[in-house]
Write a protein that binds this ligand. Structure first.
Ligand SMILES: C[C@H](NC(=O)O)C(=O)O
Ligand SMILES: [Zn+2]
Length: 585
């Protein structure tokens, strides 16, 4: 009699090959669609997504024949559970699954081909045109036109699709009774029953830092745009923060503090080479030749593409790509490092069983994508790589540098937190279609302290104006990433014996830091993520296997002190009226 375990091992070996092959086909179909949006490429992608669902459904049935209670090898049972954890593919109703793919394809198509009109004759794509207006214009009305134009052309156009999308996802995911709703399924990636309350506690711990940054930025923007633009509720207009979603404020740094513009002696390829050089300097992998041959690094001129930057693992251990409509800005240099960080993670775990080729949790993959940005943005480093012509060290003191980092790493926190607060409440049925937009602005006004520059009603669908909502991509992973990356930065700087304040630490060229990081990366998702966290933080002054806001607060400690003094000196109110939102019905 073949033991249950031996039979399971034989099955998993066969499964590993089959799943890699079909995922290769599915990923290739996705790539062909995203880099050339047509009816045919959409149909082909939908066809492969249904083939993949069929495969998952069939193999989940096959794997369920094993009696897990008779297998005490934790690795085998973890793999078998992953074969059976198939999300919405658990639904046998392939008509509904096809409908879900069709709606997703339609929403992604609307989002990626939308042209926002800034006046009666000028309609522009999001990237790079509208993004550049929001980043560079300093005219209130021009910014408002781009902000409104984008939302009218994207979210508003897909509003009618979202209610059915939510219902179909919930029907499919609750079919086998494992999950309460689609939000419950998304959260299960973190393998923790307390995950939702853990992230809420982290957010509350970080709120005072955000509120002090918000107060300072509001005062400086009020000086620039005039007090009449700022309601006495304390909110900041959503469209003057340099980013279409007000999630990253680095583009208005020039209003907030004097700082030289970025160097012009850069090319797109050099941006990628600089990023690669950082990873190889700490002992991590180079990009494979295929990466340079197959990636799409600039926006094509002859076809519609999905411009939102992304990193791709084709599942055959060789083919890894980035798709990015790269432009020459420092925000984009961050994104280049971000997407390449994903590729480094893929390369670190590429020889694991397919089921383990994943981040320890989704936030870890995003955290790895960002971790080097905490080192490479130090002024000394930027000068070293020539991205800055000259860093006026006397102006670029600690506070200016920390302020700049806070405009991306602190400003983001409420946004990274709130998207899935909205989405989870929709999947739970707490937020119904007739209050989608109202709930969205409740959260944006309450947690981010911003308000819409033009009237919003429930005819609008502003969540749909952010890529990840029509894209069906979870977002809490970015919030988790922003917390975890500072834990890792602190630990790696300790391992690298780099002393001094955390925000001045640069692990460039430090292979001890790189090898400690790689120890975590090569684990993939073989173990629950707390063990992966310990792999990095182990033995570095009291960090544990949990998420902790302490390293982020330590990194920005000097800035918080300065902000509190500055806000007090100008008698600037901290915070805003959380339950009042101007311009929202
Ligand atoms: C932070 C997130 N990054 C990403 O999608 O890669 C975003 O762009 O909204
Ligand atoms: Zn990412």
């Amino acid at each position: 009699l073949v033991s249950e375990e031996a039979a399971a091992i034989a099955y998993l070996e066969e499964y590993d090959k089959l799943t890699a092959d079909i995922h290769y086909q599915y990923t290739k179909a996705g790539w062909i669609y995203e880099t050339n949006i047509t009816d045919e490429t959409l149909a082909n992608m939908t066809d492969w997504s249904l083939k993949l669902s069929d495969f998952k459904y069939r193999e989940a049935k096959n794997a369920s024949r094993f009696d897990l209670s008779k297998i005490n090898n934790k690795n085998i049972t973890r793999l078998l559970r992953k074969v059976m954890n198939i999300g919405i593919a658990a639904s046998p109703d392939t008509v509904k699954l096809k409908k879900i793919s069709d709606i997703e394809g339609e929403m992604a198509g609307i989002y990626s081909t939308a042209k926002g009109c800034i006046d009666v004759t000028t309609c522009l794509p999001l990237e790079p045109d509208l993004v550049n207006i929001i980043a560079n214009s300093r005219h209130y009305e021009e910014l408002a036109a781009a902000w409104k134009g984008w939302r009218d052309a994207s979210g508003k156009k897909m509003k009618h699709l979202y209610p059915e999308y939510v219902n179909l996802l919930n029907e499919a995911i609750t079919f086998d009774g494992k999950y309460e709703d689609m939000g419950d399924y998304y959260r299960s990636d973190y393998e923790s029953p307390t995950f939702e309350s853990d992230v809420r506690a982290l957010f509350q711990e970080l709120a005072p830092l955000y509120e002090n940054l918000h107060a300072y930025v509001r005062r400086k923007l009020r000086q620039h745009y005039g007090a009449d633009k700022f309601p006495n509720t304390g909110h900041i207009p959503a469209h003057i923060l340099g980013n279409m979603w007000a999630q990253d404020w680095t583009n208005v740094y020039d209003i907030l503090a004097p700082y030289p513009n970025k160097g012009s002696n850069y090319t797109i390829t050099r941006m990628y080479k600089v990023a690669e050089d950082f990873f190889t300097s700490i002992g991590l992998n180079k990009m494979p030749l295929l990466f340079w041959q197959k990636s799409m690094l600039v926006k094509p001129i002859d076809r519609e593409v999905i411009c939102h930057a992304s990193a791709w693992d084709f599942g055959n251990k060789r083919d890894f790509r980035i798709k990015q409509c790269t432009t020459l800005t420092d925000e984009q240099l961050l994104t280049v490092h971000h997407e390449m960080g994903h590729i480094i993670y893929y390369l670190a775990y590429k020889d694991l069983p397919y089921l383990y080729r994943d981040g320890a949790n989704p936030g870890f993959h995003e955290g790895m994508a960002d971790i080097v940005t905490l080192s490479f943005q130090t002024p000394e480093h930027l000068k070293k790589i020539g991205f800055l012509d000259d860093v006026p060290a006397q102006n670029e003191g600690d506070i200016n540098f920390l302020l700049r980092m806070a405009l991306s790493k602190v400003a983001f926190l409420p946004f990274g937190y709130l998207i899935d607060q909205w989405r989870w409440s929709v999947f739970r049925g707490d937020t119904m279609p007739d209050s989608y937009n109202e709930k969205w602005w409740d959260l944006r006004c309450d947690l981010q302290g911003i308000f819409p520059p033009v009237e919003r009603t429930n005819a609008d669908f502003d969540p749909g104006a952010k890529y990840h909502v029509p894209g069906g991509v979870p977002y809490i992973s970015y919030f988790v990433s922003f917390v975890a990356q500072f834990q890792w930065h602190k630990a790696l700087c300790k391992v690298a014996n780099i002393s001094g304040p955390l925000h001045r630490c640069d692990i460039y060229n430090n292979t001890m830091a790189g090898s400690r990081l790689n120890d975590m990366l090569k684990m993939g998702s073989t173990r629950p993520w707390g063990e992966a966290m310990l792999k990095i933080t182990n033995g570095t002054d009291g960090q544990t296997n949990k998420l902790s806001a302490a390293p982020l607060l330590e990194y920005f400690g000097p800035l918080l002190k300065w902000l509190q003094e500055n806000n007090r000196m100008y008698n600037e109110r901290i915070g805003w009226d959380k339950k009042k939102c101007p311009n929202v019905q």
